[in-house]
Ligand binder design. Structure first.
Ligand SMILES: Nc1ncnc2c1ncn2[C@@H]1O[C@H](COP(=O)(O)OP(=O)(O)O)[C@@H](O)[C@H]1O
Ligand SMILES: [Mg+2]
Length: 597
């Protein structure tokens, strides 16, 4: 049997509800006990009638049967309410924990995990765990209690008859288990297929313009129809399995009945047991059928829940590689920005075991005095983004250290460190919310958002929107152009009034003219702040106080614009090539430049 160990990790989630669970389980046993009394009452009534008992006592027995059934029913109802709501609450707690964990894991975790996979864990796996935590426990207790009571009465009536009936009945849990496994496999296949189908539909909806422009409607329709047919077939296979289940169980339960009627009949005829006992025995046997089927089913629920829990634990046990210092140091107040220093920094992404490490940055040393603007320039892939990511500790370097105002950033609390930083990533991501809320993300400071929009030259664009700052972005709102998105991301970073500003190729989608204008107004804003500006375009960083030229993760040149030009090295050739490209483009011969790539 596959291991159920992972389910042990659910125990802490029971803690807040342990009273409800205990009470619910007592109710399960209580309800099972009450139900099992009914056949015994019937036996008494039948044998009483044959022995010519007074009518009153028969009525009394009838009344008792109704009463017992009612009480058992109420108990069963309460237990369902109780245990189901406990399992829902546990699911709720677990879901919150999972999300909280996902907010903490390293960015690299998301590079390994597909979003669709994470979503599946948060939905399908979570509900499988809930089934194991609530309903499965309830069925198991019910099965054991109900089965034990019925079996007790049956043994009391006739041990021999019980043995005879038990043989075909023992097969029931085995079929339950087997069928359950097949159904589970087919169900998984249906689910997997469904996610392919929805992915295709979703991509077609999102990429509707591409589909139309490339005249692929027919091809897409055919692809969809094929997937849809596969989905139908898999669903039919599942339904087929469900179809077999019911009659399959009936056959074996029926065999048990046949055995009882045959041998039980003989026992009645030779007077070993009474007619009433014979009828009651049949009823107990019928009562035993469902628990025995459920047993196989329940084992399945546990196995499924355990498998799902293992997948959830993969999230819950993912430890963030970043550690908070035990006794964080605090940064002194700074009016004129903060100094940043890289000291022999070397960094590589996590590598799989056995693979050689590929350093992304090596021997990076430079120092930016408070208030300085450092330009980082280099070809794509030279490591500019990696260098930027190290400052807010999105990753930690494996070699060397980074100091802010002379303090190793690993000695600061992560919150304190990141509060200092306004980060504009290379890929600008905005939330599907109003443009205003996007600008004030993390500050809720509206005037600051408007001021920052001005610096990023976005204010006129926003004023022209139908809803101004209340305009919705994203799927149900306006789609900003690449350059507008970048400017919004810049404004969002500035609105926090950070003492350190990181721009990672943040204006790459803006034309050189607008870029120059934004940089001009940025220069005023950046006074009193320290800035790292990474760009593959020399034009964006030529006015920086200090320029670092990166190539394949190493600093190959550094200095001021004039000095670097005079040196006639890598910087000079980068600038030359870019100026040439620009002049070709402005001559209206863009094709030429494209052809020369
Ligand atoms: N998640 C990752 N895992 C492994 N390598 C990566 C990852 N992200 C980027 N790289 C590699 O790191 C190098 C530096 O990339 P990057 O810092 O983005 O360069 P730049 O910003 O200068 O274009 C590139 O060779 C890139 O392929
Ligand atoms: Mg980059």
């Amino acid at each position: 049997m596959p291991t159920l160990r992972s389910l042990r990790r659910l125990l802490p989630y029971y803690r807040p509800y342990r009273r409800s669970v205990a009470f619910g389980l007592v109710l399960v046993i209580f309800a099972a006990a009450f139900s099992s009394v009914v056949p015994w009452l019937l036996q008494r009534a039948l044998d009483g009638i044959r022995a010519g008992a007074p009518l009153r006592s028969i009525w009394l027995l009838g009344g008792a049967m109704i009463g017992v059934t009612l009480v058992g029913g109420v108990g069963r109802f309460l237990m369902r309410q109780l245990l189901n709501s406990v399992s829902r609450w546990m699911e709720y707690d677990l879901r919150n924990d999972l999300f909280a964990h996902l907010e903490k894991v390293d960015p690299i975790y998301y590079a390994r995990m597909r979003t669709g996979d994470l979503m599946a864990r948060l939905t399908n796996d979570l509900s499988a765990v809930r089934m194991a935590a609530g309903p499965a426990i309830m069925y198991l207790t019910n099965t054991i209690a109900g089965g034990a009571f019925a079996l007790g009465f049956m043994l009391h009536i006739s041990a021999r008859l019980t043995l005879i009936a038990a043989v075909p009945m023992a097969i029931l849990p085995m079929i339950g288990l087997m069928l359950g496994r097949h159904i589970h496999a087919r169900f998984e296949a249906v689910q997997a297929h469904f996610s392919d189908l929805t992915t295709l539909a979703q991509e077609n909806l999102a990429g509707v313009r591409i589909v139309r422009a490339f005249r692929q409607e027919h091809a897409e329709m055919e692809r969809f129809a094929a997937l849809n047919e596969g989905y139908l077939v898999k669903n039919m296979r599942l339904a087929h399995m469900y179809g077999i289940m019911q009659p399959g169980f009936s056959i074996f339960a029926g065999l048990g009945m046949v055995a009882v009627v045959g041998f039980g009949g003989i026992l009645v005829l030779n007077g070993t047991i009474s007619i009433g006992a014979f009828v009651a025995f049949g009823m107990y046997l019928a009562m035993l059928t469902w628990p025995l089927i459920a047993l196989g089913w329940v084992i399945n629920l546990f196995q499924r829940g355990a498998a799902s829990m293992t997948r959830l634990l993969d999230i819950l046990d993912a430890k963030p590689a970043l550690s908070e210092p035990a006794a964080p140091r605090t940064l002194p107040a700074a009016a004129t920005g903060r100094s940043i220093e890289f000291r022999n920094v070397g960094f590589h992404y996590p590598t799989e075991q056995g693979q050689p490490t590929r350093w992304v940055l090596r021997d990076i040393s430079f120092s930016a005095p408070a208030g300085a603007t450092i330009g980082v320039v280099g070809a794509t892939g030279s490591g500019k983004s990696a260098l930027m990511d190290l400052v807010p500790r999105l990753f930690d370097p494996q070699e060397g250290k980074i100091l802010i105002d002379g303090i190793d950033i690993r000695e600061l609390s992560i919150g304190d460190l990141r509060r200092q930083i306004g980060y504009v990533p290379q890929e600008s991501f905005l939330f599907s919310d109003t443009i205003g809320s996007n600008l004030t993300y993390g500050t809720e400071d509206e005037p600051a958002g408007r001021w920052a929009a001005g610096v990023a030259q976005l204010d006129e664009t926003i004023d022209a929107f139908p809803g101004g700052y209340e305009t919705l972005l994203g799927e149900r709102g306006i789609n900003l152009s690449g350059g507008q998105k970048q400017r919004a991301a810049l404004a969002r970073a500035l609105a926090r009034k950070p003492s350190i500003v990181l721009l990672d190729d943040a204006l790459s989608a803006v034309d050189t003219h607008t870029e120059a204008e934004i940089l001009r107004s940025l220069r005023e804003t950046l006074a009193g702040r320290t800035a790292l500006i990474a760009s593959h375009r020399v034009s964006a960083i030529r006015d920086a106080t200090w320029i670092i030229v990166l190539d394949e993760g190493r600093i190959v040149e550094q200095g001021r614009h004039g000095e670097l030009l005079a040196a006639g090295g890598r910087y000079w050739s980068l600038l030359n090539r870019q100026q040439l490209e620009e002049s070709i483009e402005s001559d209206g011969a863009g094709e030429l430049a494209a052809a020369s790539d």
